[in-house]
Ligand binder design. Structure first.
Ligand code: NDP
Length: 341
Protein backbone atom coordinates (compact mmCIF):
# COMPACT_ATOMS: atom_id res chain seq x y z
CA UNK A 1 0.00 0.00 0.00
CA UNK A 2 1.38 3.45 -0.88
CA UNK A 3 1.72 5.94 2.00
CA UNK A 4 -0.86 8.78 1.93
CA UNK A 5 1.96 11.26 1.22
CA UNK A 6 2.80 9.33 -1.96
CA UNK A 7 -0.67 9.92 -3.36
CA UNK A 8 -1.58 13.28 -4.89
CA UNK A 9 -5.00 14.81 -4.50
CA UNK A 10 -5.29 15.58 -8.16
CA UNK A 11 -3.50 15.04 -11.46
CA UNK A 12 -4.48 17.24 -14.38
CA UNK A 13 -3.64 15.86 -17.82
CA UNK A 14 -3.32 18.55 -20.48
CA UNK A 15 -2.33 22.18 -20.60
CA UNK A 16 -4.61 24.27 -22.76
CA UNK A 17 -6.95 26.89 -21.28
CA UNK A 18 -8.97 24.10 -19.62
CA UNK A 19 -6.01 22.39 -17.96
CA UNK A 20 -4.34 25.58 -16.75
CA UNK A 21 -7.62 27.00 -15.42
CA UNK A 22 -8.26 23.76 -13.53
CA UNK A 23 -4.71 24.05 -12.18
CA UNK A 24 -5.26 27.65 -11.04
CA UNK A 25 -8.42 26.75 -9.14
CA UNK A 26 -7.02 23.53 -7.70
CA UNK A 27 -3.78 25.23 -6.73
CA UNK A 28 -5.58 28.02 -4.91
CA UNK A 29 -7.74 25.39 -3.15
CA UNK A 30 -4.47 23.93 -1.75
CA UNK A 31 -4.91 20.64 -3.58
CA UNK A 32 -1.25 20.79 -4.64
CA UNK A 33 -2.20 19.53 -8.11
CA UNK A 34 0.21 18.03 -10.62
CA UNK A 35 -0.22 19.02 -14.26
CA UNK A 36 1.16 16.78 -16.98
CA UNK A 37 1.45 19.50 -19.59
CA UNK A 38 2.26 17.23 -22.51
CA UNK A 39 4.78 17.74 -25.22
CA UNK A 40 3.07 16.29 -28.28
CA UNK A 41 3.15 19.59 -30.13
CA UNK A 42 6.71 20.33 -28.97
CA UNK A 43 5.41 22.80 -26.37
CA UNK A 44 2.68 22.73 -23.75
CA UNK A 45 -0.31 25.03 -24.14
CA UNK A 46 -2.57 23.24 -26.60
CA UNK A 47 -4.12 24.58 -29.78
CA UNK A 48 -3.63 28.25 -28.88
CA UNK A 49 0.12 27.78 -29.27
CA UNK A 50 -0.47 27.54 -33.02
CA UNK A 51 -2.79 30.51 -33.36
CA UNK A 52 -1.84 34.14 -33.76
CA UNK A 53 -3.99 36.96 -32.39
CA UNK A 54 -6.94 36.19 -30.10
CA UNK A 55 -9.48 38.97 -29.98
CA UNK A 56 -12.38 37.27 -28.20
CA UNK A 57 -10.82 36.28 -24.87
CA UNK A 58 -12.24 38.70 -22.30
CA UNK A 59 -9.79 40.97 -20.53
CA UNK A 60 -7.63 41.84 -23.52
CA UNK A 61 -9.37 44.73 -25.27
CA UNK A 62 -6.80 44.96 -28.05
CA UNK A 63 -6.33 41.19 -28.34
CA UNK A 64 -3.48 38.94 -27.29
CA UNK A 65 -1.27 36.45 -29.09
CA UNK A 66 -2.24 32.80 -28.45
CA UNK A 67 1.18 31.73 -27.12
CA UNK A 68 1.33 34.80 -24.85
CA UNK A 69 -2.11 34.01 -23.40
CA UNK A 70 -0.95 30.49 -22.66
CA UNK A 71 2.30 31.76 -21.11
CA UNK A 72 0.26 33.92 -18.76
CA UNK A 73 -2.13 31.09 -17.86
CA UNK A 74 0.79 28.78 -17.21
CA UNK A 75 2.50 31.34 -14.97
CA UNK A 76 -0.75 31.87 -13.09
CA UNK A 77 -1.15 28.11 -12.61
CA UNK A 78 2.37 27.86 -11.27
CA UNK A 79 1.97 30.89 -9.01
CA UNK A 80 -1.24 29.36 -7.68
CA UNK A 81 0.63 26.31 -6.44
CA UNK A 82 0.30 23.80 -9.28
CA UNK A 83 3.28 21.62 -10.08
CA UNK A 84 3.82 21.58 -13.84
CA UNK A 85 5.55 18.64 -15.45
CA UNK A 86 6.39 19.01 -19.10
CA UNK A 87 5.83 15.36 -19.93
CA UNK A 88 3.43 13.32 -22.05
CA UNK A 89 1.24 10.84 -20.23
CA UNK A 90 1.71 7.44 -21.86
CA UNK A 91 -0.84 5.39 -19.92
CA UNK A 92 -3.44 5.59 -17.16
CA UNK A 93 -5.05 3.05 -14.89
CA UNK A 94 -8.46 4.13 -13.61
CA UNK A 95 -9.53 0.60 -12.62
CA UNK A 96 -7.70 0.65 -9.29
CA UNK A 97 -7.68 3.38 -6.66
CA UNK A 98 -5.67 5.46 -6.22
CA UNK A 99 -5.45 6.04 -9.96
CA UNK A 100 -2.12 5.61 -11.73
CA UNK A 101 -0.78 8.03 -14.34
CA UNK A 102 2.44 7.16 -16.17
CA UNK A 103 4.79 9.22 -18.28
CA UNK A 104 8.05 8.00 -19.80
CA UNK A 105 9.80 9.49 -16.75
CA UNK A 106 7.63 8.42 -13.82
CA UNK A 107 4.52 6.83 -12.35
CA UNK A 108 2.23 8.95 -10.17
CA UNK A 109 -0.68 8.00 -7.93
CA UNK A 110 -3.69 10.30 -7.50
CA UNK A 111 -7.11 10.19 -5.89
CA UNK A 112 -8.69 12.28 -8.65
CA UNK A 113 -7.97 13.15 -12.26
CA UNK A 114 -8.93 15.99 -14.58
CA UNK A 115 -8.58 15.24 -18.28
CA UNK A 116 -7.97 18.31 -20.42
CA UNK A 117 -6.17 16.86 -23.42
CA UNK A 118 -8.14 18.85 -25.99
CA UNK A 119 -8.86 18.05 -29.60
CA UNK A 120 -6.89 18.44 -32.78
CA UNK A 121 -8.31 20.17 -35.84
CA UNK A 122 -8.14 17.90 -38.85
CA UNK A 123 -5.91 19.18 -41.59
CA UNK A 124 -5.92 18.57 -45.32
CA UNK A 125 -2.13 18.28 -45.54
CA UNK A 126 -1.96 20.30 -48.75
CA UNK A 127 1.54 20.55 -50.25
CA UNK A 128 1.97 24.22 -49.20
CA UNK A 129 -0.08 23.99 -45.98
CA UNK A 130 2.81 24.39 -43.54
CA UNK A 131 4.12 27.42 -45.41
CA UNK A 132 0.78 29.23 -45.17
CA UNK A 133 -0.45 28.02 -41.77
CA UNK A 134 -1.45 31.16 -39.86
CA UNK A 135 -0.58 33.11 -43.00
CA UNK A 136 -4.01 32.79 -44.53
CA UNK A 137 -4.85 29.22 -43.49
CA UNK A 138 -6.64 28.74 -40.19
CA UNK A 139 -8.64 26.00 -38.51
CA UNK A 140 -10.85 28.41 -36.57
CA UNK A 141 -12.81 31.19 -38.27
CA UNK A 142 -14.36 32.32 -35.00
CA UNK A 143 -10.84 32.78 -33.53
CA UNK A 144 -9.03 34.26 -36.52
CA UNK A 145 -11.68 35.54 -38.93
CA UNK A 146 -11.86 39.06 -37.53
CA UNK A 147 -8.24 40.05 -38.22
CA UNK A 148 -7.74 42.93 -40.70
CA UNK A 149 -6.12 40.70 -43.38
CA UNK A 150 -9.46 38.91 -43.84
CA UNK A 151 -11.56 42.06 -44.09
CA UNK A 152 -13.21 42.91 -47.43
CA UNK A 153 -11.50 40.07 -49.32
CA UNK A 154 -12.90 36.81 -50.68
CA UNK A 155 -12.36 33.84 -48.35
CA UNK A 156 -12.85 30.10 -48.64
CA UNK A 157 -14.10 27.55 -46.13
CA UNK A 158 -13.69 23.82 -46.68
CA UNK A 159 -16.15 21.36 -45.16
CA UNK A 160 -19.84 20.60 -45.20
CA UNK A 161 -20.82 20.15 -41.56
CA UNK A 162 -22.25 22.50 -38.95
CA UNK A 163 -18.83 24.02 -38.28
CA UNK A 164 -18.31 24.86 -41.95
CA UNK A 165 -21.80 26.34 -42.15
CA UNK A 166 -21.41 28.34 -38.94
CA UNK A 167 -17.95 29.60 -39.86
CA UNK A 168 -19.00 30.56 -43.40
CA UNK A 169 -21.85 32.63 -42.02
CA UNK A 170 -19.55 34.15 -39.40
CA UNK A 171 -16.99 35.13 -42.04
CA UNK A 172 -19.60 36.99 -44.11
CA UNK A 173 -19.37 39.72 -41.45
CA UNK A 174 -15.84 40.49 -42.66
CA UNK A 175 -15.33 39.00 -46.12
CA UNK A 176 -16.61 40.44 -49.37
CA UNK A 177 -17.63 36.90 -50.33
CA UNK A 178 -17.27 33.40 -48.86
CA UNK A 179 -16.67 30.34 -51.03
CA UNK A 180 -17.76 27.13 -49.31
CA UNK A 181 -15.95 24.12 -50.74
CA UNK A 182 -17.92 20.90 -50.28
CA UNK A 183 -16.37 17.63 -51.42
CA UNK A 184 -19.69 15.86 -52.05
CA UNK A 185 -23.03 16.95 -53.48
CA UNK A 186 -24.62 17.55 -50.08
CA UNK A 187 -24.09 19.36 -46.82
CA UNK A 188 -23.88 17.34 -43.65
CA UNK A 189 -24.91 20.36 -41.55
CA UNK A 190 -28.30 20.56 -39.82
CA UNK A 191 -31.26 21.61 -41.98
CA UNK A 192 -31.50 25.07 -40.47
CA UNK A 193 -27.80 25.75 -41.04
CA UNK A 194 -28.04 24.43 -44.59
CA UNK A 195 -30.86 26.82 -45.34
CA UNK A 196 -28.94 29.76 -43.90
CA UNK A 197 -25.89 28.93 -45.99
CA UNK A 198 -27.75 28.23 -49.21
CA UNK A 199 -29.82 31.42 -48.90
CA UNK A 200 -26.99 33.70 -47.88
CA UNK A 201 -26.23 36.29 -50.59
CA UNK A 202 -22.52 36.39 -49.73
CA UNK A 203 -21.91 32.61 -49.72
CA UNK A 204 -21.24 30.61 -52.88
CA UNK A 205 -21.21 26.85 -52.48
CA UNK A 206 -18.86 24.92 -54.76
CA UNK A 207 -20.20 21.36 -54.80
CA UNK A 208 -17.93 18.37 -55.35
CA UNK A 209 -14.91 20.57 -54.98
CA UNK A 210 -11.73 20.23 -52.93
CA UNK A 211 -8.66 22.42 -52.63
CA UNK A 212 -5.50 20.68 -53.80
CA UNK A 213 -3.08 23.45 -52.82
CA UNK A 214 -2.71 27.10 -51.82
CA UNK A 215 -0.45 29.70 -53.36
CA UNK A 216 0.77 33.19 -52.52
CA UNK A 217 3.87 35.02 -51.34
CA UNK A 218 3.91 35.76 -47.62
CA UNK A 219 0.10 35.23 -47.39
CA UNK A 220 -2.48 33.10 -49.18
CA UNK A 221 -3.49 34.66 -52.49
CA UNK A 222 -5.45 31.79 -53.98
CA UNK A 223 -6.32 28.12 -54.16
CA UNK A 224 -5.96 25.33 -56.64
CA UNK A 225 -9.34 23.57 -56.79
CA UNK A 226 -10.31 20.22 -58.22
CA UNK A 227 -13.76 18.91 -59.08
CA UNK A 228 -14.07 15.51 -57.39
CA UNK A 229 -16.22 14.10 -60.22
CA UNK A 230 -14.78 15.57 -63.42
CA UNK A 231 -11.24 16.14 -62.05
CA UNK A 232 -11.31 19.54 -63.76
CA UNK A 233 -8.94 21.96 -62.03
CA UNK A 234 -9.26 25.70 -61.61
CA UNK A 235 -7.79 28.56 -59.58
CA UNK A 236 -9.76 30.60 -57.06
CA UNK A 237 -8.45 33.94 -55.85
CA UNK A 238 -9.00 34.22 -52.08
CA UNK A 239 -7.18 35.85 -49.19
CA UNK A 240 -7.79 33.05 -46.73
CA UNK A 241 -8.71 29.39 -46.34
CA UNK A 242 -10.50 28.06 -43.27
CA UNK A 243 -10.53 24.35 -42.45
CA UNK A 244 -13.79 23.10 -41.00
CA UNK A 245 -13.38 19.40 -41.67
CA UNK A 246 -13.80 18.18 -38.13
CA UNK A 247 -11.75 17.74 -35.00
CA UNK A 248 -10.30 14.64 -33.41
CA UNK A 249 -10.49 14.53 -29.62
CA UNK A 250 -7.21 13.53 -28.00
CA UNK A 251 -8.59 10.50 -26.20
CA UNK A 252 -6.45 7.60 -27.43
CA UNK A 253 -5.11 7.18 -23.87
CA UNK A 254 -8.59 6.74 -22.43
CA UNK A 255 -10.26 4.35 -24.86
CA UNK A 256 -10.51 1.50 -22.34
CA UNK A 257 -10.52 3.70 -19.24
CA UNK A 258 -13.64 5.89 -19.48
CA UNK A 259 -16.79 6.26 -21.53
CA UNK A 260 -16.36 7.94 -24.91
CA UNK A 261 -19.09 8.84 -27.38
CA UNK A 262 -19.09 7.23 -30.86
CA UNK A 263 -16.89 10.04 -32.21
CA UNK A 264 -14.32 9.63 -29.42
CA UNK A 265 -15.24 12.60 -27.18
CA UNK A 266 -15.38 11.98 -23.42
CA UNK A 267 -18.94 11.72 -22.15
CA UNK A 268 -19.62 14.04 -19.21
CA UNK A 269 -22.73 13.89 -17.05
CA UNK A 270 -25.39 16.55 -17.51
CA UNK A 271 -24.22 20.02 -16.57
CA UNK A 272 -21.07 18.72 -14.86
CA UNK A 273 -17.60 17.63 -15.93
CA UNK A 274 -17.96 14.23 -14.22
CA UNK A 275 -17.18 11.17 -16.31
CA UNK A 276 -18.52 7.67 -15.72
CA UNK A 277 -15.58 6.99 -13.37
CA UNK A 278 -16.05 8.63 -9.98
CA UNK A 279 -13.25 11.07 -9.28
CA UNK A 280 -12.35 11.50 -12.97
CA UNK A 281 -13.42 14.76 -14.64
CA UNK A 282 -13.07 16.03 -18.20
CA UNK A 283 -13.01 19.63 -19.38
CA UNK A 284 -12.31 21.65 -22.51
CA UNK A 285 -12.40 20.44 -26.09
CA UNK A 286 -11.87 16.79 -25.17
CA UNK A 287 -15.53 16.73 -24.06
CA UNK A 288 -16.93 19.61 -26.14
CA UNK A 289 -17.44 19.30 -29.87
CA UNK A 290 -19.77 22.26 -30.04
CA UNK A 291 -18.31 25.47 -28.59
CA UNK A 292 -14.56 24.77 -28.72
CA UNK A 293 -13.54 28.23 -27.56
CA UNK A 294 -10.68 29.11 -25.22
CA UNK A 295 -13.09 30.85 -22.88
CA UNK A 296 -15.56 27.95 -22.75
CA UNK A 297 -12.66 25.52 -22.22
CA UNK A 298 -11.40 27.69 -19.35
CA UNK A 299 -14.93 27.75 -17.88
CA UNK A 300 -15.17 23.97 -17.82
CA UNK A 301 -11.64 23.80 -16.37
CA UNK A 302 -12.89 25.84 -13.44
CA UNK A 303 -15.91 23.56 -13.06
CA UNK A 304 -13.74 20.43 -13.11
CA UNK A 305 -11.46 21.74 -10.35
CA UNK A 306 -14.40 22.72 -8.14
CA UNK A 307 -16.06 19.36 -8.70
CA UNK A 308 -12.85 17.45 -7.98
CA UNK A 309 -12.33 19.43 -4.78
CA UNK A 310 -15.90 18.76 -3.63
CA UNK A 311 -15.53 15.08 -4.40
CA UNK A 312 -12.21 14.82 -2.53
CA UNK A 313 -13.74 16.60 0.47
CA UNK A 314 -16.88 14.49 0.38
CA UNK A 315 -14.96 11.23 0.29
CA UNK A 316 -12.54 12.32 3.01
CA UNK A 317 -9.58 11.81 0.67
CA UNK A 318 -8.59 15.48 0.52
CA UNK A 319 -5.14 16.21 1.90
CA UNK A 320 -4.19 19.85 2.22
CA UNK A 321 -0.59 20.98 1.68
CA UNK A 322 0.80 17.61 0.67
CA UNK A 323 4.47 17.56 1.67
CA UNK A 324 5.80 16.86 -1.81
CA UNK A 325 9.10 18.51 -2.74
CA UNK A 326 9.27 20.63 -5.88
CA UNK A 327 10.44 18.37 -8.70
CA UNK A 328 13.40 19.44 -10.78
CA UNK A 329 11.24 19.29 -13.89
CA UNK A 330 9.05 22.15 -12.68
CA UNK A 331 9.35 25.05 -15.06
CA UNK A 332 10.72 28.04 -13.25
CA UNK A 333 12.27 30.18 -15.93
CA UNK A 334 9.27 31.82 -17.52
CA UNK A 335 7.14 32.72 -14.54
CA UNK A 336 6.20 36.36 -14.67
CA UNK A 337 6.17 38.32 -11.48
CA UNK A 338 2.83 39.36 -10.13
CA UNK A 339 1.07 38.87 -6.85
CA UNK A 340 -2.17 37.02 -6.40
CA UNK A 341 -4.55 38.69 -3.99
P1 NDP B 1 -18.41 17.04 -39.18
O1 NDP B 1 -17.64 15.77 -38.98
O2 NDP B 1 -19.84 17.05 -38.90
O3 NDP B 1 -18.23 17.53 -40.68
C1 NDP B 1 -16.98 17.54 -41.29
C2 NDP B 1 -17.19 17.97 -42.71
O4 NDP B 1 -15.91 18.07 -43.32
C3 NDP B 1 -18.02 17.01 -43.55
O5 NDP B 1 -18.88 17.73 -44.41
C4 NDP B 1 -16.97 16.26 -44.36
O6 NDP B 1 -17.41 15.86 -45.62
C5 NDP B 1 -15.92 17.32 -44.54
N1 NDP B 1 -14.58 16.75 -44.73
C6 NDP B 1 -13.95 15.87 -43.93
N2 NDP B 1 -12.73 15.59 -44.42
C7 NDP B 1 -12.62 16.31 -45.57
C8 NDP B 1 -11.60 16.43 -46.54
N3 NDP B 1 -10.46 15.76 -46.42
N4 NDP B 1 -11.82 17.25 -47.58
C9 NDP B 1 -12.97 17.95 -47.71
N5 NDP B 1 -13.98 17.88 -46.82
C10 NDP B 1 -13.81 17.05 -45.76
O7 NDP B 1 -17.59 18.13 -38.29
P2 NDP B 1 -18.10 19.51 -37.68
O8 NDP B 1 -16.91 20.10 -37.06
O9 NDP B 1 -18.81 20.30 -38.70
O10 NDP B 1 -19.14 19.10 -36.57
C11 NDP B 1 -18.75 18.19 -35.52
C12 NDP B 1 -19.95 18.01 -34.58
O11 NDP B 1 -20.20 19.21 -33.87
C13 NDP B 1 -21.25 17.68 -35.33
O12 NDP B 1 -21.99 16.81 -34.55
C14 NDP B 1 -21.94 19.01 -35.42
O13 NDP B 1 -23.34 18.89 -35.55
C15 NDP B 1 -21.54 19.67 -34.10
N6 NDP B 1 -21.56 21.13 -34.19
C16 NDP B 1 -22.66 21.78 -33.76
C17 NDP B 1 -22.74 23.14 -33.82
C18 NDP B 1 -23.98 23.80 -33.34
O14 NDP B 1 -24.90 23.11 -32.98
N7 NDP B 1 -24.02 25.12 -33.32
C19 NDP B 1 -21.65 23.97 -34.37
C20 NDP B 1 -20.53 23.19 -34.83
C21 NDP B 1 -20.51 21.83 -34.74
P3 NDP B 1 -18.49 14.65 -45.83
O15 NDP B 1 -19.80 15.23 -45.41
O16 NDP B 1 -18.37 14.36 -47.27
O17 NDP B 1 -18.00 13.54 -44.95
Amino acid sequence: MPKPSEISNLVIIGSGPAGYTAAIYAGRARLNPIVFEGLKMGLPGGQLMTTTGIENFPGFPTGIMGPELMRLMKAQAQNSGARLWMEDVISVDFKQRPFTVRSAERETLAHSIIIATGATAQRLHLPSEDQFWNKGISACAICDGGIPRFKDVELAVVGGGDTAAEESIFLTKYASKVHLLVRSDRLRASKVMQERVLNHPKIQVHWQTVPTDVYGNDWVQGLKLKNTVSSVEQDLTVGGLFYAIGHKPNTALFIDAIELDPTGYIVTKGKSTATNVEGVYACGDVQDHEYRQAISAAGTGCMAALEAERWLSGTGLLQEFLPVSTPEETIENDVIEFSLG
